[in-house]
Design a protein around this ligand. Structure first.
Ligand SMILES: [Zn+2]
Length: 477
């Protein structure tokens, strides 16, 4: 063959294991979360009403919700922070939280179960028909551990990731429970609309996914109302000493909440530049706001729809790289969802490669295309060399999160993922590669995309490339 790389890359994409889940609705109707929550002294007391839209095609008698916040409790079988990060994350030593369900109504019965008390299971009073809706109210309390993690009291802020019971995705007729693996981002959810009221002590400022509809100061409390449509999650961060820098990136209001940044205008500018770059490259960013929040976080950053965490422990260059990676997740996670438990490379590899695309055209930040590719190749090469010392190297990317060691997970999902997309680009050429990415974004926006959907976005381009190669007599395609 003249271009074996093309066929190898196509084979790698097309022979990935089939996944069973179905895509969510691309357009409304969607489920809707209305959450009214009050934060005080490390506890969030909330009432959540879900208007559930049954798009499964079958009548349902039960609804399940993932209770990610319960993984922080003492004795959890699946602790969200691995031993190697625990010392840094739990800055005052051991600390525990948890999520307690107070009531669910209307329903026949409910309990908290699953493999690690990680699921709220609700048996409905009457079935919700296919294409129908039901409404359910859940009163719950989220107790926060002192931990610099997705959900917890950090040293300078309060992280409210995964702060509500999240509807489980149904696959093959059963709800999919998500265990809180300490590796990766085990959050798998469909798009919904959000109306969130958050009451905090007046000394706090809240940064959140979605646009602020109102903010009222009364009785020593600050009460915000946020809304966000067609998003697969909603998160907030509370800070007692936030400053805010903001600007417009096209039609999007970009905000940067920070408490320690020697050059906040640079961070804000990078957020805007990367948002505009990806909008132009992949397709329009859909939300009214994009919020970057500096916070205490034991990893570099974390993505949520319309909001990202940026760790306050990052050096300047690391923060720049992390911010661009997290911004790319707005396309590859927030808008185009995938399964981060079974196919983590799909959004992590693409977010890494998207960061490379940004930096190869924006050299002023000190990262180069050659340097980033060299780093990925070296990381992957070293991993393979180490593995081979113990026998045959297992370089498979498509594993459940708990089937990776921490080092393996990073090298295979990020570095090898990045190299996969570079190989695909080299095989197809820029025009077809970017057309494929744009198609992937346009056709899967608001959905959960399987690896097969990603491959399908490039099939036509690949066929054209092969045809072009034949016709050109084997010249570079
Ligand atoms: Zn990522």
């Amino acid at each position: 063959m003249k271009h074996p790389l093309l066929f190898l890359v196509l084979a790698a994409l097309l022979f990935l294991p089939l996944s069973l889940f179905s895509a969510c609705e691309r357009t409304p109707p969607r489920s809707r979360y209305t959450i009214d929550a009050a934060y005080e002294n490390g506890t969030l007391a909330a009432e959540m009403t879900v208007s559930y839209y049954n798009g499964t095609g079958e009548s349902l008698q039960e609804l399940w919700f993932n209770l990610y916040g319960n993984a922080y409790r003492e004795g959890a079988a699946y602790a969200p922070v691995s031993p190697s990060f625990a010392a840094g994350a739990y800055y005052e030593g051991e600390s525990y939280g948890g999520m307690e369900i107070g009531s669910v109504s209307p329903c026949a019965e409910w309990d908290v179960g699953g493999a690690d008390k990680n699921v709220l299971r609700v048996r409905l009073a009457s079935p919700v028909p296919a294409g129908g809706r039901c409404e359910l109210s859940v009163a719950y309390t989220l107790m926060l551990a002192k931990v610099e993690h997705r959900t917890g009291i950090a040293r300078h802020s309060v992280n409210l990731g995964n702060f509500y019971p999240v509807l489980c995705v149904r696959e093959g007729g059963t709800p999919r429970e998500c265990l809180y693996f300490s590796n990766g981002d085990p959050f798998y959810s469909e798009c919904a609309d959000y109306d969130v009221t958050l009451s905090v002590p007046a000394s706090f400022t809240a940064a959140a996914s979605g646009a602020v509809r109102s903010a009222v100061l009364a009785g020593g409390r600050r009460v915000y109302r946020f809304s966000l449509e067609n998003a697969r999650d909603f998160a907030a961060v509370l800070g007692g000493s936030f400053r805010v820098a903001q600007c417009m990136a096209g039609d999007t209001a970009v905000q940067y909440y920070y408490y320690e940044d020697a050059a906040p205008e640079k961070t804000l500018r990078l957020a805007c530049e990367s948002l505009l770059f990806f909008s132009k490259r992949f397709g329009a960013y859909p939300y009214q706001t994009y919020t970057v929040v500096q916070t205490g976080f034991c990893y570099g950053g974390m993505e949520y729809p319309a909001l990202v965490y940026l760790s306050d422990a990052l050096a300047q260059a690391e923060a720049a790289y992390t911010l661009v990676h997290e911004t790319a997740h707005q396309w590859w996670y927030a808008v185009v969802g995938s399964d981060p438990v079974l196919h983590a490379w799909q959004d992590e590899g693409l977010a890494e490669y998207s960061a490379l695309l940004f930096f190869e055209e924006n050299g002023q930040y000190g990262f180069t295309r050659a340097g980033l590719l060299r780093a990925a190749r070296e990381a992957y090469g070293t991993f393979c060399a180490v593995q081979k010392q113990h026998g045959e190297a297992d370089t498979s990317m498509d594993r459940r999160l708990d089937a990776f060691g921490e080092y393996e997970y990073v090298v295979l999902s990020y570095a090898k993922g990045e190299l996969l997309f570079e190989a695909l680009r080299q095989a197809l050429g820029d025009r077809r590669f970017f057309a494929g990415l744009r198609r992937y974004y346009a056709e899967n926006a608001g959905k959960l995309a399987a690896p097969e959907d990603l491959a399908a976005s490039f099939k036509e381009s690949a066929a054209q490339a092969v045809l072009g190669a034949f016709r050109s007599g084997g010249e570079r395609i």
